[in-house]
Write a protein that binds this ligand. Structure first.
Ligand code: SF4
Length: 297
């Protein structure tokens, strides 16, 4: 069976965390780390991954998972073009610096082999490796985190784009943020996300969404997953639409399949009765307009 080209994969490395932020959409931490066998099972089915995002909890509490993926990408010859991790920055990690350098090397090799000869310039493509440090107004201990952000920036100059992650400034009402008065409600989004299909491209399927022009088949038998997928600590694949959610919502979100099963077949079965993102957006807009009595015209 042909391997799969993945657009973006989010890997939930751990549900542990060394902070207790009051806006945390995940909720209370859990003592769970991803098993490296799940990463192997994913890579066994992949030939190319455009982008890997490591998430948590606090991802640096399970650097083993990132080191394992780096080693196994090389062992299996899986191509990778982008890497991202967001840390809370509470503890400076030399190992994270080494991990970022390792992924930089892998991505440079993949890009040099994938781009037209002589056209790839690593210095112009620093943002293919992103280290985000959460520095929104709710993160406690922000002075220490700010110092560590500056250290990462210095240590990883020319290797990674070290950026301030400030999404937390606009919290959503889930996890520990349910009691935050200014958090955004989520009534519309989660039910819609559960109805959303995962767009794929192969000789018999064409994505119907606005992403469709970003993907094209390089060979006739190629199989591409266009939408983001999540590999959870429990070893299940879910739609990437559940990424920014509480653990409770993620766990209750429909599963595509166990990562050890055929992800492609799992997606085709999952998509039955689901609709693409453009249709979801239209339905949501119609609901909002109906509720505000504006109508389409
Ligand atoms: S927001 Fe991030 S750093 Fe803060 S408690 Fe949640 S997972 Fe931990």
């Amino acid at each position: 069976m042909n391997k799969i080209t993945f657009g973006s994969i989010v890997v939930e490395t751990t549900r542990r965390c060394n902070m207790r932020c009051r806006h945390c959409l995940r909720g209370e931490p859990q003592n769970k780390d991803i098993d490296s066998a799940y990463i192997d099972a994913l890579l066994n089915q992949a030939d190319i991954i455009d982008s890997v995002v490591f998430t948590g909890g606090e991802p640096t509490l399970n650097l083993d998972a990132m080191e394992h993926m780096a080693a196994e990408l090389i062992n299996r010859g899986v191509l990778l073009f982008n890497f991202q991790v967001i840390t809370n920055g509470l503890e400076y990690s030399e190992r994270l610096v080494e991990v970022a350098k390792r992924f930089r090397e892998i991505i440079d090799i993949c890009c040099e082999s994938g781009f037209a000869k002589g056209t790839y310039d690593s210095k112009q493509e620093v943002s293919r490796v992103i280290i985000g440090v959460s520095l929104d107004k709710y993160h406690s201990d922000s002075e220490e985190c700010e110092r560590n952000y500056q250290r990462y920036k210095m240590e990883l100059e020319g290797v990674a784009d070290v950026v301030k992650a400030v999404n937390g400034n606009t919290p959503v009402r889930m996890g520990r943020a349910v009691s935050l008065l200014n958090a955004t409600p989520i009534e519309y989004t989660i039910p819609a996300h559960k109805k959303q299909s995962i767009e794929v491209l192969d000789k018999t399927h064409t994505p119907v969404c606005r992403l469709r022009n970003n993907f094209r088949l390089i060979d006739f038998d190629q199989r591409i997953v266009c939408c983001t997928l999540v590999l959870g600590v429990d070893g299940f694949i879910r739609s990437g639409t559940c990424t920014s959610s509480s653990y409770e919502i993620i766990d209750g979100f429909p599963k595509v399949c166990n990562v050890s099963d055929s992800i492609w077949d799992g997606i085709l079965a999952y998509n039955k009765g689901r609709v693409n993102c453009s249709q979801i957006e239209r339905e949501q807009m119609e609901t909002i307009l109906k509720e505000t009595s504006l109508g389409w015209n």
